[in-house]
Design a protein around this ligand. Structure first.
Ligand code: LMR
Length: 355
């Protein structure tokens, strides 16, 4: 992209002469010209992540008075899940917000804890991790991978979809389920007697439609905006796992930002994070309602007994994955989500790399 560093007056004269709309846009380094942030993601604009990215764009552009321009590319327009992380590391895009699950395959194993079934019983418990020292320590570990972890955003709690009603563990037997690339999710599906199949998010609709897979799991806002409910007869309100995002930036890019701009962007991101947290629960409920109203997929409420049977069947996954994720990480999450008092004790017992 050509970068105009000439005096504004000269540019204006040129525009007046030619009538052309020259764009004074440049890469991150030229602080006398516009800083462009390409923010890529894989979900629809109408989801909490999509709205959060747009809100961040609005605040960043307003508060830097146009010094920063944020270009948001939703719906895997630029990259699918795996490619977007590679693109960020190479600097082809500057910001992303991948699911927490997507950092495990990169080698940051602590993130795999989030994929454990029924790890959190609600947002309050999840926020004890994402707002606290354990989450901070996870973000720090991303620095070795050419990225800066800036914030956690909520996506929601996952539900299962299929063409058969899923109420009890035996209902999953023999069904093929799309999962994100995650050893924990693989173990989760196997514990239910299902067959996991790793697939990019953008390919799921077609895979469900053509029967390449029989079922899937994600949050209600994703199910609704990706129209999975049009190709799946049932949605079970299993609430079996938390899904969140990590807003990440390319490290070299972020470090090269002028300090005042970086501070403004961090503040904008803080506000965008609060915004995402303020809309997620409502958006989740609205999506379930919209799916119900569409009449295309039946929404199944689980009884307390059905939910505890599922929980019971999935409990061994925690033990199985302990060696991978790390016992200390799991113990610290466990005590942080149980009581604040225990938490501070457990956090201080963590090795520095995890703290
Ligand atoms: C998925 O791949 O299921 C999700 O991570 C997509 C997303 O970003 O919400």
């Amino acid at each position: 992209m050509h970068c105009f560093k000439s005096a504004v007056g000269a540019q204006t004269a040129l525009w007046m002469l030619t009538g052309l709309a020259f764009s004074p846009v440049c890469g991150a380094q030229g602080h006398d010209s516009t800083i462009v942030i390409k923010f890529s993601h894989v979900v629809a604009r109408e989801t909490p992540k999509g709205k959060g990215a747009e809100y961040f764009k609005k605040l960043a552009e307003e508060r830097t008075r146009g010094r920063v321009k944020v270009e948001v590319y939703p719906n895997s327009q630029l990259y699918k899940d795996k490619e977007e992380l590679e693109a960020l590391q190479l600097g082809s895009v500057q910001m992303l917000a991948p699911s927490v699950s997507k950092f495990g395959p990169m080698g940051v194993k602590a993130f795999e804890a989030f994929d454990l079934p029924y790890l959190f019983d609600g947002y309050e418990a999840a926020h004890k991790i994402t707002h606290g020292p354990i989450g901070q320590s996870m973000l720090m570990q991303l620095q070795q991978h050419q990225m800066i972890g800036l914030a956690f955003w909520d996506n929601g709690f996952k539900e299962f979809t299929a063409n058969r009603p899923l109420r009890r563990p035996e209902d999953f037997k023999g069904l093929k389920f799309r999962i994100k690339s995650s050893k924990v999710l693989e173990a989760q599906m196997r514990a239910l007697g299902a067959i996991p199949q790793v697939m990019a998010f953008s390919d799921v609709y077609q895979a469900l439609q053509t029967g390449v897979v029989d079922g899937a799991e994600t949050t209600p806002t994703n199910i609704y905006t990706q129209r999975w409910h049009e190709v799946q007869k049932y949605l079970s309100l299993s609430h079996h796992g938390y899904d969140g995002y990590v807003v990440v930036a390319n490290r070299k890019f972020w470090d090269s930002l002028p300090l005042d701009v970086r501070g403004t962007l961090e503040q904008a991101l803080n506000d965008a994070t609060r915004y995402v947290e303020s809309i997620t629960v409502r958006e989740e409920a609205d999506a379930i309602e919209a799916i119900r109203a569409s009449g295309k997929s039946r929404v199944i409420e689980l009884t307390a007994e059905e939910r505890s049977a599922l929980k019971e069947a999935l409990r061994p996954v925690h033990q199985q994955m302990e060696g991978r994720i790390g016992r200390e990480v799991l113990e610290s999450i466990d005590s942080a989500t149980r009581s604040d008092q225990k938490h501070s004790k457990a956090a201080s017992a963590l090795p520095v790399a995890v703290r």
